[in-house]
Design a protein around this ligand. Sequence first.
Ligand code: FAD
Length: 783
Amino acid sequence: VPRVVLVGAGIVGCALADELTGRGFTDVTVLDQAQGLAAGGSSSHAPGLVFQTNSCRSMTSFARYTVEKYTALGCFDQIGGLEIATSPERLADLTRRHGWATSWGVESRLVGPDEVAELHPLLDRELILGGFLIPGDGLAKPVVAAEVQAQRAGERGARFVFGQKVVAVETAGDRVIGVRTETDTFPADIVVSCAGMWGPVLGEMVGLSIPLVPMAHQYVFTGDVNASAEALARQPILRHQEADLYFRSHGQALGIGAYGHRPMPIAARDITGSELPFTKEDFEASWESAVELIPALAEAGVDRGFNGLFSFTSDGMPLLGEHPRLQGFWVAEAVWITHSAGVAKAMAEWIVDGQPELDLHSSDLNRFEQVQLAPDYVLERSCQNFVEVYDLLHPLQPMESPRPIRTSPFYGRQQELGAFFLEASGWERPHWYEANAGLPEVAEVPERNEWASRYWSPICGAEALVTRRRVALFDMTPLKRLEVSGPGALEFLQRMTTNNLNRKPGAVVYTLLLDEQGGVRSDLTIARLDANTFQVGANGNLDLEWLAKHAPNDVYVKDITAGTCCIGLWGPKARDLLNEISHTLDVQKGYFTAQKAFIKNVPVTALRLSYVGEFGWELYTTADMGAKLWDTLWEAGQKHGVIAAGRGAFNSLRLEKGYRSWGTDVTTEHDPFEAGLGFAVRKDKEFLGKEALERRTSTKKLTCLTIDDPRQVVMGSEPVFHQGEPVGYVTSAAYGYTTGLNIAYAWLPAGVDEVEIEYFGQKVKARPAQEPLFDPEMKRLRG
Ligand code: FAD
């Protein structure tokens, strides 16, 4: 049994001690600098409201497990959660939240203003337009939950040692071997930092940037209100998100949490206690809104308040996982009470079994690009996240600042063409170009609903049509690119991925990375450039870390994304265009081939593939040659009617062709066969995850749907109903401009027929379709 040291006996440390010992890892020592359980940190004073609904599936799953577990352990009051709307926009948003809850399997319902007033008689009925009730929500008792879980862990052998401040992590080579406190040392094979907002201090001890920011959040106890404590205790916990407020009762008084004040960040190393003195002036606007909503508060007044500290991150998600370069050092930080038990379960599965059951890519510690670890970035984004914590955000809404951060070499040209940029992983990515507003194809795009019209233009449709009819330049630079090289490269990639890479140099292969349970960790397009060099088109930093972690000494895994760039040159005229400006490129070479060539003065690696289902090439060159490549193609393309096209068109084209997007359509929770990627799995070779894959059975399927009404373009995460029952959820969706079909992909039980997608409270009819919807014979791609 490995020796485990957990740093921090807050709710996360206690829950993890329980989950680890429950799985047989009984040699667990929990250290805390404070003198007791949940005594020093955020858990000591959290009011414990648990609202389960979240746009993110894994976050809702964490919360569901927390509710289940704490209820079973007798430290949860399931009094329900009520979110209210006082404006039409928020009312509409509640229907969307209701959709998420349904998609992720949490029972909930929308309620009218009268029922809201009945549930919560203190509210001013006149203000309320409606509510969203989640009967399973309620109040966790954080300190009791910590104690109960610590006791269970203790009974299985865990020990808790207080007054022990960890000051160093001991290592040998690339392994952790223990921790040192001010007075003692504790040997360990596994160390998990559950230090909450002190995470960055622990991270520094092992050379790890922990991108979280401790911030003050105001919490206030009112005086007694004119209602009985029993009546108040029955009222559901309440969220008034338009005013950045939440409420619960404490006896005859109310507790009010406020996010409406200015961000008040503090450096982790400067924290001396987890409660700072109340700054009354920061609460004034919140108090006014609170009294407006609950008039009885005017008389009750404020009894006392404090500025409590806890962690915020740049994307609002937790930080979970293992140090990329120090084996045995794990992190479970930036976790709310709401998600504590669920996170602990996932972490224990990860540590004990090597793999969590849930897809955790959006919480993974290693998800960040280097630029997202810059302290200025982390501070600004985390503060912004504090401001937006209850805001109504569109799924495509980009961050506004700091921008721009990462730009491709084509950025200047894109600006000249009037690119409308959205942002992802720090990259500026054109979604469409205003220069294309005059294209004749524009008329063919149907109108769409208001929500789907945001961050969208009918120009996207025109760009898609031109791609299918003439030729377009797509900037593919932001896609992660790795180079895997060395004498052992082939053998290594063969062992790591599902398809056969043992082909001649010049071959390109679409293949999958599976995890130990046979789930899809990523999909890769790998070009064999020479005997020992492979260019790998990947999905993000997690692929880099995963491959680097598994690579033997004679294999080098290098991120070449920065320093190189890529143009997707796609459309029926692509061949003519390139033929005229390159004598060295063999335009007859077939689909899924790679070659080095020159396009006029620009050296390129040309891959004959396309993510949009059209004939053409991905053209890679070094960043210094990027602008020249763009200009060369642009000039030569004029007589072929070339345009620049953006992500809006791209997404629509890829869904018409049925190409999956890892992270949205497919994750570690899915196996290749149910995801429709079985064609990339070779049964006649060995690869990581193969055995587990052979044992898996499946009853669900990633299903291509077409929606009857072309104007109801859904956005993803909506619930899907079959014969009135929720049976699945939408992953990706887009209007197919060149097929005239309104497309949505969804995880559904195999074999369902007509279904309904719930969208802003309305049921929209959809039906499974044969895929791909476009060019099933691959005539276009093969040219
Ligand atoms: P903590 O409870 O902070 O525990 C970390 C522990 O690590 C501490 O005990 C600390 O002493 C120890 N430690 C740190 N460094 C060292 C070291 N070097 N050596 C030894 N020990 C160390 N969440 C909700 O879900 N619902 C709510 O309603 C809610 N309301 C909140 C209201 C307020 C006012 C605040 C401040 C927070 C609220 N939260 C809420 C957030 C929630 O409290 C935290 O996210 C959660 O408690 C974090 O738990 P933790 O175990 O990670 O951290």
